[in-house]
Write a protein that binds this ligand. Structure first.
Ligand SMILES: NC(=O)c1ccc[n+]([C@@H]2O[C@H](COP(=O)([O-])OP(=O)(O)OC[C@H]3O[C@@H](n4cnc5c(N)ncnc54)[C@H](OP(=O)(O)O)[C@@H]3O)[C@@H](O)[C@H]2O)c1
Length: 337
């Protein structure tokens, strides 16, 4: 049996390119004691994949020559002395390859509640980041104004819809007129602003005439700077990610916030970062809530599934340029029968 793998072979000096990866064929490993062999079903394409190349994140920096790292939904096809049944669907970080040998503690069995793709999107890491970021870190309350960036993306689209469900006024920032229309027409946002339009700053001010209570920040950079100025006294910033600073060889060169901490002090703002794994103990409750909202139609799931492991490099390059709507993932193999 062969194992197609995509290696990360070249650290990009500026923007990521498909030439920074190489498709190879390796052998399929055998699980040792306490290990399982996993077959990749779906591979999550995440902006963080690019940040891991820069270092300074919650995981080790990627090294050239490594199998490209990535989160997956996989099927256990063999085990060696674990209590994980063969045939289980597991969430893990198997990387960009068809098969991976992992220790039992590196996989978590997924109680399947719907289509497997939903366990990568609304019920997966991005949906959970939206849930915990908005409800636990942001502590949103009905009647508040919530501003969300990368709002047509995987995390932002769910965060905005949860805010709407909680009775908030929701303003989205997205990178095209088409995405803004989708937020208004299909996801029930109250206003949407295109960050690539020349009049972005004025448009954003007009969309938030009474200021902002909670800013769910997926992008950092110049948009965070604008948002800080729109926040009300005691406003909160949910620091979820900083995608504007990922696809560069020099994150420090990207335009960022000015006048901090002065602005933060004067307005008594609270900026709080989080990693979704901080809330791992409460994931089952969150997944049940999210699945309920999806089933009732309160949350519309936006997903894009691209076919074949070999498409992963272009899928990531395109995501960083904003050509995705909702959660992008790669189908590497079929669902278990
Ligand atoms: N803290 C956590 O545990 C956690 C977990 C998951 C994700 N995250 C973070 O959440 C954020 C969103 O991730 P995601 O997986 O949901 O990706 P996503 O939003 O589906 O895709 C990324 C989006 O970012 C936007 N973007 C790209 N470059 C930008 C720029 N320079 N300025 C503004 N927007 C830009 C693009 O949309 P536009 O067309 O709208 O520009 C693109 O579609 C990322 O920062 C990620 O690191 C954090």
């Amino acid at each position: 049996m062969r194992n197609r793998q995509i290696l990360y072979v070249h650290r990009p000096e500026e923007r990521l390119s498909v030439d920074d990866f190489e498709l190879v064929e390796g052998a399929v490993g055998q699980p040792g004691p306490g290990q399982v062999l996993c077959r990749t079903i779906l591979l999550s394409v995440d902006p963080a994949n690019r940040a891991w190349m820069q270092g300074r994140t919650y995981r080790d920096q990627l090294a050239e020559g490594d199998v490209m790292a990535g989160f997956t939904l996989s099927e256990v096809v063999a085990d060696n002395g674990t209590n994980i049944p063969v045939g289980s669907v597991v969430a893990c970080a198997a990387g960009w390859q068809e098969y991976a040998v992992l220790h039992a503690r590196e996989v978590s069995v997924v109680p399947v509640l719907g289509p497997l793709t939903h366990h990568v999107s609304a019920l997966g890491i991005t949906g959970l980041a939206a849930y915990f970021g908005l409800l636990r870190v942001g502590g949103v309350k009905g009647g508040e104004t919530v501003l969300v960036s990368a709002a047509a993306g995987a995390t932002g689209s769910v965060a905005g819809q949860i805010a709407r469900l909680k009775g908030c006024r929701v303003v989205g920032i997205a990178g095209s007129d088409r995405k803004c229309r989708l937020l208004l027409d299909e996801l029930g946002f109250d206003a949407a602003v295109d960050h690539r339009s020349a009049g972005f700053a004025d448009d954003l001010r007009r969309a938030c005439p009474d200021g902002v209570d909670v800013y769910f920040d997926n992008v950092g950079g110049a948009t965070l700077d604008l948002a800080l100025r729109l926040l009300k006294q005691h406003g909160r910033v949910v620091c979820c990610g900083a995608v504007s600073q990922y696809d560069t060889g020099d994150p420090a060169s990207v335009e960022g916030v000015r006048g901090v901490p002065g602005l933060v002090v004067t307005k008594r703002l609270r900026l709080e970062g989080f990693i979704v794994s901080d809330f791992a103990g409460d994931w089952p409750v969150a997944v049940r809530d999210l699945a309920g909202w999806v089933a009732s139609g309160d949350i519309t799931v936006l997903e894009e599934v691209v076919e074949g492991l070999e498409t992963a490099p272009q899928a990531l390059v395109g995501l960083l340029a904003g050509d995705n709507i909702g959660k992008r993932m790669v189908r590497v193999g079929p669902d278990p029968v």
